[in-house]
Design a protein around this ligand. Structure first.
Ligand SMILES: [Ca+2]
Length: 566
């Protein structure tokens, strides 16, 4: 009898300490906003929090999250394994919303202070001078306000400021705010230096179909490897972390940060927007990053679309390899949307510091609509401002469409190392400043600019294409530079031939100066019509193997000038 009991006790101990050993196969774990963390995580008895599932998940498991609002931060610490990732997925088509904010939509959430002045009953929004509630959001973020500096600034419905001493939000409202909007959300501040709503420290993780909203600072941080975030949304956040010592001050807060050494991170088929800082960043002080993919996503209304500022700690050990920005749409990027925001940037910023080794950085097949900025802030110029800004490195910019921005299309400058890449098959038109600018401080080495169509950018002060510096080995072939509103090309460096520059003269024995005869430029159709002098006039030895739309080159009578082959 005693013998049998001892055996049973031993079994219990083994099961309790090593549950994974007894998993015959990968499990499905369920989470529901109406669940309970004391449950087993089955579909009938789901967990209440994503965190509970994350702590229980083992390699190969799938966490299925029911639709609803989840208001707790998530720390993903348990890793999957190669071919046995841990997947977090919304259940069916249900709407999984991670909101790190407080709902103050009820009448009792507000207390009247005086005429048209209301404050939150909750006085726990206490922050430091460097942290505040940057934005409050109404009616599913269809309406919002950013913080005013002082109570005297509250003049119209929804103006608010954050009373730091009292820890409360004070709002101008003609009646109880709860009667003026269906729904009001005030972001919360993560109570630690890692100001993320979701932190993925683990590796071999997939997040699929999850929406993160109302982050006061950052949305999600990825510190692990083999992490995929797809089919999700990261919107309406940031700004709650202030650097007041910068003039003007800067409000930080990104949708997603990939931090320090990281590899095999995929961000695809997502929507990112309404962040006053960066939509997406790969950054960190030092390390090695490689195989990072930002693709097929919509990024809108952020100060930076995707910003790489990796390698702040100058070191020979810092490396960036195989970083891909592909198939994204960037819209309305570059203007900080806080009135006191101290940075103004562009849709893609790639600024590796001195000493960062780079290879195979590709920006291709993206569309940039109304990106960049010409704005000064606080009376001072706040850095570069094109839709694409490159501070050097092995960066290849191909098959992009860049149009309708207020400033530059592509801006190459010097941020610590020469630019050694290429610009091919891009269509750049109707931007307020230069479509392509090689800045006077830029250095280049063996760089190539081939088969671009750059049309009608600039104004009286800013040429359509401005080449202010660069080595004599920088190769310019098969481009069409054409403008009726600015100088089509101002050039101080490079090896030019086989280009069409119109109107005005073109350098190079095989270059031409003639109307390229686009199919329908009024309707932004910059393909070449049958009588175009650019057809068959290019240099086939330097022409890329396919055109902007993937058609093989050369075709017809020979390689063409411009981004389209016919
Ligand atoms: Ca041809």
């Amino acid at each position: 009898m005693d013998h049998i009991r001892i055996i049973r006790i031993s079994c219990c101990v083994v099961i309790a300490t090593c549950p994974a050993m007894f998993r015959a196969q990968a499990a499905e774990l369920y989470v529901s906003a109406s669940g309970n963390d004391a449950f087993l995580g089955t579909i009938e008895h789901p967990f209440r929090t994503i965190q509970r599932a994350a702590d229980a998940a083992r390699p190969g498991d799938t966490v299925l999250i029911r639709g609803g609002v989840y208001r707790k931060r998530v720390f993903i610490l348990n890793s999957g394994e190669p071919d046995r990732a841990i997947t977090y997925r919304r259940f069916g088509e249900e709407d999984v919303r991670i909101w790190y904010s407080k709902d103050v939509s009820a009448a009792e959430d507000w207390i009247e202070m005086g005429t048209n002045r209301w404050r939150t009953a909750d006085g726990s929004f206490a922050r430091t001078v460097n942290h505040d509630v940057a934005t409050i959001w109404h009616d599913d973020a269809s309406n919002w306000r950013y913080k005013k500096k002082q109570p005297e600034d509250l003049q119209t419905q929804w103006d608010f400021w954050h009373n730091l001493e009292q820890g409360r939000i004070e709002v101008y409202s003609e009646g109880n705010p709860a009667a003026k909007a269906e729904h009001i959300e005030v972001p919360l501040d993560p109570p630690d230096p890692n100001q993320f709503v979701v932190t993925v420290t683990a590796s071999h993780i997939v997040l699929d179909g999850i929406s993160i909203k109302y982050a006061n600072v950052h949305g999600i941080q990825v510190k692990g490897d083999y992490v995929t975030f797809r089919n999700g949304r990261i919107t309406h956040g940031g700004g709650g972390n202030i650097s007041p010592n910068r003039k003007p001050p800067v409000r930080w807060g990104d949708g997603l940060d990939i931090w320090s050494s990281a590899h095999d991170v995929v961000f695809e088929n997502n929507v990112v927007g309404e962040f006053p800082d960066g939509g997406l960043t790969n950054q960190g002080f030092q390390g090695v990053q490689y195989n990072i993919y930002f693709r097929n996503s919509l990024i809108y209304n952020c100060t930076n679309g995707i910003h790489c500022w990796f390698g702040q700690n100058e070191s020979d050990e810092n490396e960036l390899h195989h970083i891909y920005y592909e198939g994204n749409t960037f819209r309305d990027i570059g203007r900080g949307w806080f009135e006191d925001q101290g940075v103004m940037q562009g849709a893609i910023q790639f600024n590796p510091r001195k000493g960062v080794a780079t290879s195979e950085i590709h920006i291709r097949g993206n569309t940039f609509i109304n990106c960049g900025t010409t704005r000064f802030t606080g009376g001072t110029w706040q850095g570069v401002n094109g839709a694409i800004n490159i501070g050097g490195g092995d960066v290849h910019i191909a098959n992009n469409r860049i149009y309708g921005g207020p400033s530059e299309g592509i801006h190459i400058h010097h941020n610590g190392q020469p630019w050694t890449g290429s610009i091919v098959n891009n269509l750049i038109y109707n931007n307020g400043w230069s479509g392509l600018r090689i800045h006077q401080n830029a250095t280049t080495d063996k760089a190539r600019v081939c088969n671009n169509t750059i049309v009608n950018n600039g104004d009286a002060e800013h040429p359509n294409v401005s080449v202010e510096n660069g080595s004599s080995t920088m190769l310019w072939r098969n481009n069409i530079f054409c403008s009726t509103r600015s100088s089509p090309l101002q050039c101080k460096a490079g090896d030019f031939d086989y280009n069409c520059v119109w109107p005005g003269g073109a350098t190079g024995r095989h270059s031409i100066s003639a109307d390229p005869r686009f199919v329908n430029p009024e309707d932004d159709d910059y393909r070449l019509s049958p009588g175009s002098p650019c057809l068959g006039s290019g240099d086939r030895t330097t022409a890329p193997a396919a055109d902007l739309e993937g058609r093989p080159r050369p075709a017809g009578r020979g390689a063409d000038m411009g981004a389209y082959e016919g």
